[in-house]
Write a protein that binds this ligand. Structure first.
Ligand code: SF4
Length: 484
């Protein structure tokens, strides 16, 4: 019996996929790269982007045609809006919330089972869910193929907090042997008006810090070199526990202390922090420990205060500059990454120019710039998407050109200097390997020694382009891996 998974969306979904694979493998399935040979096909979906949902439709349409020739079961989980769950009910055999993963084997045995989350019609389901929590656990009902309840089979479900904690307990099937994601939090309380995450993943729940530290220690002892702490709002970690959990800064400090004692060589990243919750304590801790990587990904979204209010971001541009000043003070060599949306509902030329000028001042190393598109379920989807595609594209290109110019200038400053690089794989250029610096700048160098993949080397940078650099191998940290 073989299985294949399609993962869409962000790093959180990629991390969730590792736990989904564990559960499926425990049921006796083996992975196949070829989806046409699989007996079980699943999607870890993302309702946050319409493009990702369109991809799901294409996939399931194709998979369902294969059902004429073979026994095939399909399922979908991940970040799904109630409206999408309802639509997919007609096309997939099984739909479940990611936190219900432990119940998946049971669902699979009763082909066609769905849970209350897959049939909920109300966009405000989260409020109802919270209300339900106060009184009783959920019930999952079993449905037959005609969508009728099978009598006498209600299944008691745990509260969301218990379910997500059971989910985190699942040992992930890590996809890499040297870099891993550790989820430290699920959900989001911020309700940015362009984003559907609070409706797909629910309210913020922090994972117990002892579990995070345990998972990290295990990975480091196995020789992992790059760990990314994941959360939708990673730096509001612990706030939902109202004083009964470590703050994000304290969690980082504990990781830093472990790194110091272990004497192992590794880098720890986190993504994404929210400007609202970014404080000097976090930056100060980062400056004190070598294993806490000098790289900050801080989403700007817009450089205009009025747009930020409309987006419900809860901070001003002045606040953002203040954080950047602190980053320069505590982490002068840190690279800065950001996310920007152009053409948000009602964005004027002047408001866009404000974003452009913030970009000019901060000179990010990297920015993920996206054209605004309404996401069903998000508050802004009820507003006019009134900036034309042409204007959005023009703004996107202007920011991309500026970004490329800044990135090239930053990268040129690296020339003739040695940088520690984690080798991540073969480069597209034949005879070259590529990797990332601590600041996540791409470096390629001539070598066919694939034993270096997953290990640290030093590279002397010789040339720089828009988003990458090239250099010569200077030192291999683990000398046993060096070629004679
Ligand atoms: S902070 Fe805003 S953009 Fe990020 S997940 Fe929460 S609602 Fe979405």
């Amino acid at each position: 019996m073989k299985f294949h998974l399609v993962t869409l969306g962000c790093q959180m979904n990629k991390s969730d996929r590792e736990r989904v694979a564990t559960i499926i493998e425990k049921m006796g399935y083996r992975w196949t790269d070829k989806e046409e040979t699989a007996d079980l096909l699943g999607v870890i979906a993302c309702s946050v982007r319409q493009k990702a949902i369109d991809k799901v439709y294409t996939k399931i349409h194709q998979w369902n045609t294969w059902k004429n020739k073979k026994n095939l079961v399909t399922f979908i989980t991940g970040c799904l809006l109630p409206a999408d769950r309802e639509k997919f009910l007609k096309t997939f055999d099984i739909i479940f919330q990611i936190s219900e993963l432990l119940q998946f084997p049971e669902m699979l045995h009763q082909y066609g089972i769905v849970t209350p989350f897959s049939i909920r019609k109300d966009e405000n389901f989260i409020l109802k869910e919270e209300h339900a929590n106060l009184h009783a656990d959920f019930q999952t009902f079993v449905f037959d193929k005609n969508n009728k309840t099978i009598a006498g089979q209600p299944v008691l479900m745990n509260k969301p907090e218990t379910r997500i904690s059971e989910f985190w307990d699942i040992e992930p099937h890590y996809q890499s042997g040297f870099e891993a994601f550790i989820p430290i939090q699920n959900g989001c309380d911020k309700f940015c008006t362009f984003c559907a995450v609070p409706y797909t993943r629910g309210r913020e729940i922090s994972r117990p810090s002892n579990e995070i530290l345990d998972e990290l220690r295990k990975l480091i002892e196995k020789g992992y070199k790059s760990i990314t702490l994941l959360g939708q709002n990673v730096n509001s970690y612990g706030l939902d526990k109202k004083g009964n959990e470590k703050t994000f800064a304290k969690l980082l400090r504990d990781i830093g202390e472990y790194g110091k004692k272990s004497e192992k060589d590794f880098w720890v990243y986190f993504t994404s922090p929210h400007p609202r919750d970014m404080n000097d304590e976090v930056l100060k801790v980062m400056s004190e420990y070598e294993c806490l990587a000098n790289q900050i990904h801080l989403p700007l979204q817009s450089g205009d205060d009025k747009v930020l209010i409309k987006m419900n971001r809860g901070h001003t541009i002045k606040d953002f500059y203040r954080i950047i000043e602190s980053v320069k003070k505590y982490l002068p060599s840190a690279t800065l990454f950001t996310d920007i949306i152009v053409g948000f509902t009602g964005e004027t030329e002047e408001q866009f120019i404000n974003t452009y000028s913030v970009m000019e001042k901060i000179r990010f190393n990297m920015a993920y710039v996206a054209r605004y598109s309404p996401r069903p379920g998000a508050a802004s989807s009820r507003w006019d998407d009134d900036v034309s595609h042409t204007i959005k594209s023009k703004r996107l290109h202007l920011l991309s050109d500026l970004l490329q110019q800044h990135s090239r200038e930053h990268n040129k400053e690296m020339i003739n200097k040695n940088y520690k690089v984690l080798v991540t794989g073969k480069d597209r250029k034949k005879g070259y390997l590529s990797g990332l610096t601590e600041g996540r700048i791409i470096v390629r160098f001539a070598s066919e020694n694939v034993k270096l993949i997953g290990n640290f080397v030093d590279v002397c940078i010789r040339s720089a382009a828009g988003f990458a650099t090239e250099g010569t191998l200077h030192k291999v940290y683990n000398e046993e891996l060096a070629e004679a």
